[in-house]
Design a protein around this ligand. Structure first.
Ligand code: SF4
Length: 470
């Protein structure tokens, strides 16, 4: 088995400018800030007020993409960008976003973070009436629906709002047309989406507010679940006809793992949610130990939280090799299994002859955890107690996260003690499900999706519907 973590399936970013200017530098900075949300492909669309032009490439934001995008994308009134992580078809440029549609002399571009739960049904309907698809993404399905709705709609905002009545599941969208930038979020608010404003009057939309900061924009607020916000020469217009009066179902795993620690989603800083997860773990699963260490980078905040609550000193347990990215290709399977050792090195000065608490954000297959435990022992740790700042994964996600198939999840079919034995740990404990709502609000009343842990899906899902068109 190779190293494995759940993957986010995308980040979106957009800018509206009252004047026609080059928006590329800001687009690059914004997308760099969201790189953690997708590394398989990157794309930018710009609108000069008349036509929409798009440039896409496989791989991450890098110098080469900046150069090629700068050659083909002109000054513009608005732009949207996308970063993709793919569950399938990762090396296919056809699946990169934004998706640009030209129809009846008009054009628009759409980028999407999330996953529709009725993609198959919608796509089948289009195919049976002769529509042709270029990719396997649900974003292209969204493009077809907006196109159809645009025919009878007064403007792109109305078309997007009508389209939202037909698509189901998780989506945070940015849509570009003429001089309009439209941002929309599904009525459950599974994926984050916020907007801000720069001092020179540009509006910026992003999956996370760390990207607003990257371009000097001040956050105005989150886009509410079900809300459509349009930025255009007429100003900022809010359409709330599809807003959900129930609690939001923001993905709790955004706080535990996906989002950047310096982002704030809703009213809750991600860093604070992770500190709380660590503190709850310390309360519910204490252990006598000498030092608390975290798995870089996603386990570090929870490790600090565990240390603060337990009063066991925090230490740096691993040094990360920053220069090995996703592009590193190990020559064979046995080498791939050693990827963790290549990426991380234990710090003997912290762990030698100590009883160590090792904090990680999640366990999917257990491969990473097993390596981490054995590395700490080789570095001289006397005991290794693993604490996980999320509950065990038990169910698939239908809302935009690639969690692995149910039968690959280590927690399915194994007790906690069995998993501890497989990891080679002296003890193991997970965060209890009951604490999840309290990660993001002190009263535990904010509302969140935790379906991959408890199986309680906030909207109807069809088992097996996660399969994509290939
Ligand atoms: Fe997030 Fe899990 Fe819900 Fe998917 S099922 S949206 S990963 S909490």
């Amino acid at each position: 088995m190779t190293d494995y973590k759940p993957h986010e399936e995308c980040g979106v970013f957009g800018i509206y400018s009252p004047e026609k200017v080059s928006l590329l530098t800001s687009m690059f900075y914004g997308l760099y800030a969201l790189q953690h949300r997708g590394q398989e492909s990157v794309g930018i669309s710009v609108s000069d007020g008349d036509k929409v032009l798009t440039h896409k490439a496989l791989g991450m934001m890098n110098e080469h993409f900046r150069e090629t995008a700068s050659e083909v994308l002109p000054d513009a009134y608005a732009a949207i960008g996308h970063l993709r992580y793919s569950t399938t078809g990762g090396d296919d440029l056809a699946n990169a976003q934004p998706v640009t549609v030209r129809h009846l002399g008009r054009s628009f571009s759409v980028a999407h973070n999330g996953n529709l739960t009725n993609t198959q049904e919608l796509r089948r309907g289009f195919e049976l009436t002769g529509s042709v698809f270029q990719s396997t993404t649900d974003t292209e399905v969204i493009g077809h629906i907006i196109t159809g709705e645009r025919i009878g709609a007064e403007n792109i905002t109305e078309a997007v709002s009508h389209a939202m009545g037909r698509i189901q599941g998780a989506y945070s969208l940015v849509v570009l047309s003429g001089r309009e930038l439209v941002a929309a979020r599904d009525p459950n608010g599974f994926r984050p989406l916020c907007y801000g404003k720069t001092e020179d009057g540009k509006y910026v939309v992003a999956s996370e507010d760390c990207a607003l900061a990257a371009v000097g924009a001040k956050k105005v607020r989150e886009i509410d679940p079900g809300e459509v916000v349009t930025f255009s020469p007429e100003g900022v217009v809010f359409n709330r006809t599809r807003c959900n009066r129930n609690k939001s179902s923001i993905c709790i795993f955004e706080y535990i793992y996906f989002a950047r620690s310096d982002s704030v989603i809703g009213d809750c800083p991600v860093h604070k949610a992770r500190l709380r997860a660590g503190a709850f773990l310390a309360k519910s699963s204490p252990v006598e130990a000498d030092v608390v260490v975290g798995v870089p980078d996603s386990g570090l905040d929870a490790a600090v939280g565990y240390s603060n609550e337990s009063k066991i000193p925090y230490g740096i347990g691993f040094i990360k090799n920053k220069y090995i990215g996703r592009t590193f290709i190990a020559p064979d399977q046995s080498e791939r299994e050693n990827m963790v050792r290549i990426k991380l090195n234990p710090l003997a000065a912290t762990v030698k002859d100590k009883r160590v608490v090792l904090i990680d954000d999640s366990i999917v297959r257990g491969t990473t955890g097993k390596r981490m435990v054995s590395m700490l022992r080789e570095a001289g740790a006397k005991e290794v107690h693993v604490r996980i700042s999320s509950p065990p994964f038990m169910h698939p996600c239908y809302f935009g996260v690639d969690i692995d198939s149910e039968n690959s999840l280590i927690a399915n079919g194994h007790t906690v003690q069995e998993i501890a034995d497989m990891l080679g740990a002296d003890s193991l404990a997970f965060l209890e499900i009951k604490y999840l709502p309290y990660l993001i609000s002190e009263k535990g009343d904010a509302g969140c999706c935790s379906a991959c842990f408890d199986g309680k899906y906030p909207v109807k899902v069809t088992p097996g519907s996660k399969t994509r068109f290939e």
